[in-house]
Write a protein that binds this ligand. Structure first.
Ligand SMILES: NC(=O)c1ccc[n+]([C@@H]2O[C@H](COP(=O)([O-])OP(=O)(O)OC[C@H]3O[C@@H](n4cnc5c(N)ncnc54)[C@H](O)[C@@H]3O)[C@@H](O)[C@H]2O)c1
Ligand SMILES: [Zn+2]
Length: 255
């Protein structure tokens, strides 16, 4: 065993048919994408309400869009890290595996993961708030770079916004249902790099635990969820996950 020594964790994984992983901004920190909370988190420097809401987008479109444009550029330059690749590898190990993410960076998909349940949208997708027209990142870049005062507009005249869930907005219903269903069926639930403060995503690990799942938290710091966790693996997810997946492969050898 590379990282697992806890007998109850080993027992739970041996019996696991359904494994769910929920990821947050922390899994992408080692790829160079800043988290919101935690050390060096973005929210320690900027107020979320000032940027991540429809009201502020509508009132201060140029400022908000410059911030999102900056984050798009950061994401485009970043690459998946060993944590993302380990979760991709894990997908074929248990009978059922579901990957749910709060991240909007698309790095799981770029690491090869399929069927990623995105709860908060994707920053590299954009759409017109008036007619719904979708803009790929290349199309968006084109409009943004030619826009007056960094206010990107669709041909119909409507404002173009990133396809991300802002404060006060509902999560994509279908994805939320997928996430709930996977969670209540999970035997082992991994909560990775999330401060577990943004609901309803933060409810998922608690729900899993209530349903009898073995809850493993992977984080560099303690969180509000730590008390609930059956096992805490403290450290960088990019280092812990590859070792954990090796252990799970030993405990759940393919038939
Ligand atoms: N990469 C992204 O897509 C990105 C980045 C920032 C924020 N967000 C959005 O902001 C919201 C923030 O909630 P959240 O809980 O995902 O993030 P968060 O910023 O609130 O918390 C990040 C957590 O990751 C931990 N962490 C930092 N580095 C780590 C590492 N190397 N390994 C393991 N853990 C590490 C921190 O201790 C913290 O608990 C989400 O809804 C998400 O949509 C996304
Ligand atoms: Zn339009």
């Amino acid at each position: 065993m590379k990282i697992l020594s806890d007998p109850s964790a080993i027992e739970a994984i041996k019996k696991a048919k359904n494994i769910v992983a929920l990821t947050g901004a922390g899994i992408s920190a080692e790829s160079g994408i800043p988290t919101f909370r935690g050390e060096n988190g973005l929210w320690t420097k900027l107020s979320p309400e000032e940027l991540a809401s429809f009201e502020s987008f509508y009132q201060n479109t140029a400022v908000v869009m410059e911030w999102y444009k900056h984050r798009q550029e950061v994401i485009k330059k970043c690459k998946p890290n060993p944590g993302h690749y380990a979760l991709c590898e894990l997908s074929s190990v248990p009978e059922h595996f579901n990957l749910i993410t709060q991240n909007i960076d698309g790095l799981h998909q770029r690491a090869g993961s399929r069927d990623v349940v995105e709860l908060h949208g994707n920053l590299l997708e954009n759409y017109c708030v008036r007619c719904g027209q979708k803009y790929s990142i290349e199309e968006f870049d084109d409009v943004f770079n030619n826009a007056m005062n960094h206010v990107p507009r669709c041909n119909c005249g409507g404002l173009i916004r990133p396809n991300v869930v802002w404060f006060g907005e509902a999560l994509p219903r279908e994805n939320l249902e997928l996430a709930y269903n996977a969670t209540i069926q999970s035997d082992v639930f991994l909560s990775i790099g999330t401060s577990a403060q943004v609901r309803p995503a933060a409810d998922l690990p608690v729900l899993a635990k209530q349903g009898g799942a073995f809850l493993i938290e992977i984080n560099t710091q303690h969180t509000v969820l730590s008390e609930e966790a059956d096992l805490i693996l403290q450290g960088n997810s990019g280092e812990i996950l590859p070792q954990l997946v090796e252990d799970i492969k030993t405990l759940l050898p393919k038939a």
